[in-house]
Ligand binder design. Structure first.
Ligand code: AHR
Length: 503
C-alpha cells in the first residue's frame, strides 16, 4: 500500500472558518420550492405549508446561509409578485426554466422559513431586467422598520419585524449569455456600482456581492472580474464565483481531481482582485462568495430535461434532479476541502442547491424525504470544521490526469478551534483502485484522541440513495484511525472521503 504524510500544526493558520462557508441556495426552479420545501397538502406540512420533515433535514445538514430566490430565475423576477395576499398573486412565465411561477412563496414566507431552519437569508436582486429602483424597493420592504409605504406593506402582510437581510447579491451570472439582460462587463459594472451605492445610502453596513464569472471556462473569465471590480471595488465586499463539476465521459480520474480546478479558479480570482486593489492603492481586500458550487451532470440535464415547447410552461417540473453517487460525494467532499483551504479569501459559499434541484435533500410529493450521498460530507464538515483552517503540507504520491496533469492522490485540510481544543481533519483518496495509508503528525496538538471518525466509501462507487432505496449509502466509522507516539495513522479506501475529529 502506498503512503502519504501530512502535519497538523495550529500555528499554520490559513484563516478563520466563517460559518457562511456552509451556505446553500434555494431557487424558484423545478421542485426546489414547490413540492420541495413547500407542499401544503403533505401530511407533514406546518400551518404555513412548509414540510416539517424537509425542514428537519435542512437543520441537520447545518446550512448557515441560504441564497434566494435565484439563480437565473431572479433575472426575470418581480419581487412584488410574491408578497401580499396569496390569492391575489399573479402567475407568471419564468423564462429561465420555461416554467410557470405561481408566486405562492415569496420573500416573507421564505424569510420566516429561513429563520425556522436557523439559516441567514442572502437575497439576490434582479439586475438582469430591472435596476436601481427595484433593488431599493425590495431593500426598503425587507429591512426598513416601518413608516413608509413599502415597510408598512410588509407589516400589513404579517411581518411586523424587518427581515434584517445583511447580504445582497447584485444580480446573478450577468456574464452568461443565457442570462436575461446579459450585457458586457462594462454595462453590468456600471449598473452594479449604481445599485450598490444607492443601497448603501439606505444602509452603509450591507454586505454586497458583485457578480464574477459563472465558471472559469467562460471566455470573458479574468477580464470580466478586472472590469467589474475596477468599477465597483469601493462599493462591494465580495465577488462571486460559480463552478459545477461532472465527469468528462468516463474520465473519473479527472473528475476526482475537480478540486484542482476549484483551487486554480479561486487563486485566479483572488489575484485579479488584488491587481485591482494595487491599482487603486486600496487597503481593502476583496473577499470571494463562492455562491454556486456542486457536482452537476449538466450535459445530461441539457439533453434530457430542457423544456422548449412554446405551449408547455409547467408548474414545478422535475428539473436537474441528479441522483448523486458515492464518487460524486467524494468529489463534493474534496470541493469542501478546497473551500476550507481558501478560508482567507472565500468567506461565504453556497452549495447549489438545497432540495430536489442538484440537491443533498430529495423529496417525493406526498411521500418521503431522504439524504443524498452528498448530504454526509456537507453535514459533517459543517459541524466539525470550527475555528481556523490549517495548512497541512500533504506529501502524497501523484497520478496522471488528462485534465490537470499530475495530481496528488490524497487531498486534505484540517481545522483547529483553540477555544475548545478540538481539531478536525478531512481527507480524500482519489485513487480509483488502491487504498492508501496516511500518517498524520499530530504531535503539535499534545495528547489527543480520535473522538469521531466518518468514512464515505462503497464497493460500488456508483451506488446512490433513491426513493426505492433511500438509505443505500451512508457513512460509517473509519476504524483504521489510531494514534501512537504523536502519529495518527489512517487508511483511506479507494474513492473515499474521511473526516476525523480529535480532542
Ligand atoms: O443552480 C442552477 C443554475 O446554475 C442557476 O440558476 C444559475 O445561476 C446557474 O447557471
Amino acid at each position: 500500500m502506498s503512503n502519504a504524510r501530512l502535519t497538523i500544526d495550529p500555528r499554520l493558520a490559513i484563516g478563520p472558518v466563517h460559518r457562511r462557508l456552509f451556505g446553500s441556495f434555494v431557487e424558484h426552479l423545478g421542485r426546489c420550492v414547490y413540492d420541495g420545501i413547500y407542499e401544503p397538502s403533505h401530511a407533514d406540512a406546518d400551518e404555513h405549508g412548509f414540510r416539517r420533515d424537509v425542514a428537519a433535514l435542512v437543520t441537520e445538514l447545518g446550512v448557515s446561509t441560504i441564497r434566494y430566490p435565484g439563480g437565473n430565475f431572479v433575472s426575470g423576477y418581480r419581487w412584488e409578485d410574491g408578497v401580499g395576499p396569496r390569492e391575489e398573486r399573479p402567475r407568471r412565465l419564468d423564462l429561465a426554466w420555461h416554467s410557470t411561477e405561481t408566486n405562492e412563496v415569496g420573500l416573507d414566507e421564505f424569510a420566516h422559513w429561513s429563520r425556522e431552519v436557523g439559516a441567514e437569508l442572502m437575497y439576490a436582486v434582479n439586475l438582469g431586467t430591472r435596476g436601481v429602483l427595484e433593488a431599493l424597493d425590495v431593500l426598503e420592504y425587507a429591512n426598513h422598520r416601518s413608516g413608509t409605504a413599502l415597510s408598512d406593506a410588509r407589516v400589513a402582510n404579517g411581518s411586523p419585524e424587518p427581515h434584517g437581510i445583511r447580504m445582497w447579491c447584485l444580480g446573478n451570472e450577468m456574464d452568461g449569455p443565457w442570462q436575461l439582460g446579459h450585457g458586457t462587463a462594462d454595462e453590468y459594472a456600471r449598473l452594479a456600482r449604481k445599485t450598490a451605492s444607492a443601497m448603501r445610502q439606505v444602509d452603509p453596513d450591507l454586505e454586497l456581492v458583485v457578480c464574477g464569472s459563472s465558471g472559469a471556462g467562460m471566455p470573458t473569465f479574468g477580464e470580466w472580474e478586472r472590469v467589474v471590480l475596477s468599477e465597483t471595488y469601493d462599493h462591494v465586499d465580495f465577488i462571486s464565483c460559480h463552478a459545477y463539476y461532472e465527469p468528462d465521459g468516463d474520465d473519473y480520474a479527472g473528475f476526482l481531481a475537480s478540486a484542482v480546478d476549484m483551487d486554480r479558479f479561486i487563486d485566479s480570482v483572488a489575484a485579479t482582485a488584488d491587481h485591482v486593489k494595487a491599482l487603486r492603492r486600496s487597503d481593502k481586500t476583496m473577499m470571494i462568495s463562492f455562491d454556486e458550487w456542486n457536482v452537476w451532470y449538466q450535459t445530461r440535464y441539457n439533453e434530457v430535461d430542457k423544456i422548449t415547447d412554446p405551449e408547455v410552461w409547467p408548474v414545478a417540473p422535475r428539473l436537474l434532479e441528479d441522483a448523486y453517487t458515492v464518487v460524486d460525494a467524494v468529489v463534493f467532499g474534496s470541493l469542501m476541502i478546497s473551500l476550507l483551504r481558501h478560508a482567507d479569501r472565500v468567506t461565504a459559499a453556497s452549495l447549489a442547491q438545497l432540495v430536489n434541484v442538484i440537491a443533498p435533500i430529495m423529496t417525493e410529493p406526498g411521500g418521503i424525504a431522504w439524504r443524498q450521498t452528498t448530504f454526509f460530507p456537507f453535514s459533517i464538515t459543517s459541524r466539525l470544521a470550527q475555528g481556523v483552517a490549517l495548512e497541512v503540507a500533504v506529501e502524497s504520491p501523484t497520478y496522471d490526469t488528462e485534465r490537470f496533469g499530475a495530481v496528488p492522490v490524497v487531498d486534505a485540510v484540517a481545522t483547529h478551534d483553540a477555544a475548545t481544543g478540538s481539531t478536525a481533519v478531512f481527507l480524500v483518496n482519489r485513487s480509483l483502485t488502491e487504498p492508501i495509508s496516511v500518517e498524520i503528525d499530530v504531535a503539535h496538538l499534545g495528547a489527543v484522541v480520535v473522538a469521531e471518525s466518518h468514512l464515505l466509501h462503497d464497493e460500488d462507487m456508483h451506488a446512490a440513495n433513491t426513493l426505492e432505496n433511500p438509505e443505500r449509502v451512508g457513512v460509517r466509522p473509519n476504524d483504521s484511525a489510531t494514534i501512537a507516539d504523536g502519529i495518527l495513522s489512517v487508511t483511506l479506501p479507494p474513492v473515499s472521503w474521511t473526516a476525523l475529529s480529535l480532542r
